[in-house]
Write a protein that binds this ligand. Sequence first.
Ligand SMILES: *[C@@H]1O[C@H](CO)[C@@H](O)[C@H](O)[C@H]1NC(C)=O
Ligand SMILES: *[C@@H]1O[C@H](CO)[C@@H](O)[C@H](O)[C@H]1NC(C)=O
Ligand SMILES: *[C@@H]1O[C@H](CO)[C@@H](O)[C@H](O)[C@H]1NC(C)=O
Ligand SMILES: *[C@@H]1O[C@H](CO)[C@@H](O)[C@H](O)[C@H]1NC(C)=O
Ligand SMILES: *[C@@H]1O[C@H](CO)[C@@H](O)[C@H](O)[C@H]1NC(C)=O
Ligand SMILES: *[C@@H]1O[C@H](CO)[C@@H](O)[C@H](O)[C@H]1NC(C)=O
Ligand SMILES: *[C@@H]1O[C@H](CO)[C@@H](O)[C@H](O)[C@H]1NC(C)=O
Ligand SMILES: *[C@@H]1O[C@H](CO)[C@@H](O)[C@H](O)[C@H]1NC(C)=O
Ligand SMILES: *[C@@H]1O[C@H](CO)[C@@H](O)[C@H](O)[C@H]1NC(C)=O
Length: 692
Amino acid sequence: MEDGRTVQQFSSVLDQPVSSGSSGSEAGLRVHVKWVTVALIGVLILGVSVWLLTVFLCSQHAETARATSLCQSPACLSASVRLQSFVNSSGTCGTPSRSLAASRWQVTWENNLRLMSALLENPNYTAPLSSAEEKAKRFYRACMDQNRVIELGAKPIQEVIDKLGGWSLAGVWKPTDFNKTLQTIMREYNTFPFFSVYIDPDPLNSSENRIQIDQPEFQMSTQLNSNDLMTKVEALRLYLRYTMSLLLLLGIEANSTSIPTAPLIIFASQLSSAAAGLEDRRQQGRLYQRMSIAELQAAAPAIDWLGCLQATFHPLQLSESEPVLVHNLAYLTNMSRYINMLTPGGDVNSYMILSVLHTLSPSLDPRFTEARRNLSQQLGEKTEVMTPRWRKCVTETIMAFESVLDAMFVRKAFSKEKRDMAAEMISDLKSTLQTKLVNVEWLDEEARSTALMKISSLAIKLGHPASTLDRTGQDQLYSEFSVSEELYFHNTLQYLKFANKQMVSRLKREARKDDWLISPLSVNVDHTIRFHDLVFPAGLFQEPFFHVDYPSAVNFGGIGTVIANEFLQTLYKTIGVSQRFLLKIAECSQLQELNYSQTLQEDWNRNGALYISLQAYKSWLSRKHFDSKLPSLANLSNTDLFYISYTQVICGSVRDPHGQVNRGVVNPRILQGFSCPPDSPTNPSERCSLWA
Ligand SMILES: *[C@@H]1O[C@H](CO)[C@@H](O)[C@H](O)[C@H]1NC(C)=O
Ligand SMILES: *[C@@H]1O[C@H](CO)[C@@H](O)[C@H](O)[C@H]1NC(C)=O
Ligand SMILES: *[C@@H]1O[C@H](CO)[C@@H](O)[C@H](O)[C@H]1NC(C)=O
Ligand SMILES: *[C@@H]1O[C@H](CO)[C@@H](O)[C@H](O)[C@H]1NC(C)=O
Ligand SMILES: *[C@@H]1O[C@H](CO)[C@@H](O)[C@H](O)[C@H]1NC(C)=O
Ligand SMILES: *[C@@H]1O[C@H](CO)[C@@H](O)[C@H](O)[C@H]1NC(C)=O
Ligand SMILES: *[C@@H]1O[C@H](CO)[C@@H](O)[C@H](O)[C@H]1NC(C)=O
Ligand SMILES: *[C@@H]1O[C@H](CO)[C@@H](O)[C@H](O)[C@H]1NC(C)=O
Ligand SMILES: *[C@@H]1O[C@H](CO)[C@@H](O)[C@H](O)[C@H]1NC(C)=O
């Protein structure tokens, strides 16, 4: 209510000049009329005009004052409808709002994708286009031309298969050198049938990039690994049927009795059962084993490791002493054995071609994707609704032309005004947190100074790295990427080569601190502890989290709480969880006994984020004296508008899967107003925030 009063006082101050101004002129007028002479008529006319003008100007002024207090821009109108309908549904954040299905994060991401699709489709976008932008748009158009893709059918993939010497399953096949073929598909098609290869910073020295070798991703590991024989047999049968349907799509009348598929299927099953889950591997210390290529060669001799890695990382020179990080040596050893157990030639060829098909089928005739979907469905896996074409194409264009699309996005949706507002918000949030840290009693002095140090030394990255807007750099980067207007498949092959080259260039230089691990377009927050930074990408500062037109109450309740939450997470990672912290939570929660858990910590982070963002908003408001309003919620106080914005962000969120908004205290008044079910034992009063 406090803020409601502030605004009322402020608008009545605005009203005053209007009334006193007009009545002053009126009084003056009456005096003139009383003593009037003809000679003074001119003066009278002048007086009237001045009066009229004054009244007119003053009422204009009043109008503008009212108009600015009520934000009527399209963004505000849509926020107004959104929040009003949320209030109408009496803000139930448990079950009903979960039926909205999409979280705010998903909504924001979806909005960003739609914006990108509009930019890629719009023929008028910032002419003249850079050559890389031109290519990105062509890439997207070729993808959208689904008729052309269907018309070509299996022809493009058939050409690839022919180049690789044919497919033994299809009966048309000439024996090729296993190691050579493997090198080709790794280099040309970025396909890794038996193991995966990538470049990442060395966990022991984060400024050094290293070759890392891991088990591959399998198409159906869960079922093939089942201990239940029936499940396993059924999975094998379905896998066989899938293979047959691929052959059929390639125009080969499949007859499973005449085609020798058994060894292939057994091999696939052996490989996937040799793999292990990440957690198992971590526990068994199988992650990050450092060895030289020569040592790896001795452990898994079926593969020509130096040759394969050399081909993949061409033109880089590698030697047998090059260190690599191996993530599952036991798998690699068994994989090597299984390859050697196959009859040389046919079966291992079949498996490799199947992998290539898997990599390339998304850019083929949609029937190939459909066959894969059918397999997933039959296996009882969760299949998502068919992705609309535009979405598939935007996503793939983002993958292939990431930096170009980042730049297009930033230019369109991250104006300087927006950046400045975001920076101001972040700085308000940060200094609020710092003030709180100085004062809260549940931190001991050592933790307090660690925490303060952490927050002040945190490098905050906002929007995008400077390199995003470097058009010349992008044109150079894509100079060899040729994009066909009508052959989407060709474009995909170009992309795979490009992706490979990108990987090579990462190995060549050391990992850099100014590398952003997330795209400016994305809606994730990244806190890379090892670089001591906190990254808020431009993609996050979009509706419905944020808009430059929104009342600040809506922005602080939305993106503000998201940012504050990230600060707190970083903080807790640094200072850990102290006994005093737990006691304070226990006291707050009025629980006799408190079991510390991840969920509990998340609840309290969220709660802290709410209070910090609210405090930051209040200090923003005391500096600016004024915040605008949304038309449908104009009679709410600023604080209530903040709460509604917050509640909606959290309620409609998959990050609050149990409707636990108030597990760690929300303003009880707002909870009553919006019937968020109070979680009784943990619905304490307002004094119970760590940060209140
Ligand atoms: C909210 O409810 C009011 C009154 O029932 C109705 O007039 C209004 O259209 C509703 N607004 C929204 C956005 O649902
Ligand atoms: C592109 O510009 C033309 C001419 O200014 C205009 O008529 C057309 O509507 C614009 N198209 C889009 C998609 O904005
Ligand atoms: C980490 O890698 C960098 C770059 O190769 C190197 O200069 C540095 O000495 C390495 N640090 C350690 C501790 O090995
Ligand atoms: C499959 O091939 C076998 C042996 O070549 C033949 O006997 C059988 O009739 C064929 N089945 C079909 C459905 O073509
Ligand atoms: C690898 O093969 C050996 C021998 O058959 C077996 O004992 C071991 O469990 C296998 N390892 C994995 C990870 O499958
Ligand atoms: C591939 O090359 C390795 C290393 O030279 C060799 O040991 C292996 O036998 C080769 N594999 C096949 C199937 O030729
Ligand atoms: C996928 O399954 C549907 C329904 O069972 C079937 O009609 C369709 O032909 C299958 N598609 C492919 C490509 O196998
Ligand atoms: C805490 O954990 C203990 C043992 O796991 C359990 O008995 C107790 O009910 C838990 N308490 C709460 C409040 O969840
Ligand atoms: C806002 O005003 C409307 C209409 O005057 C009223 O029905 C509603 O209860 C008010 N809302 C609040 C939160 O005061």
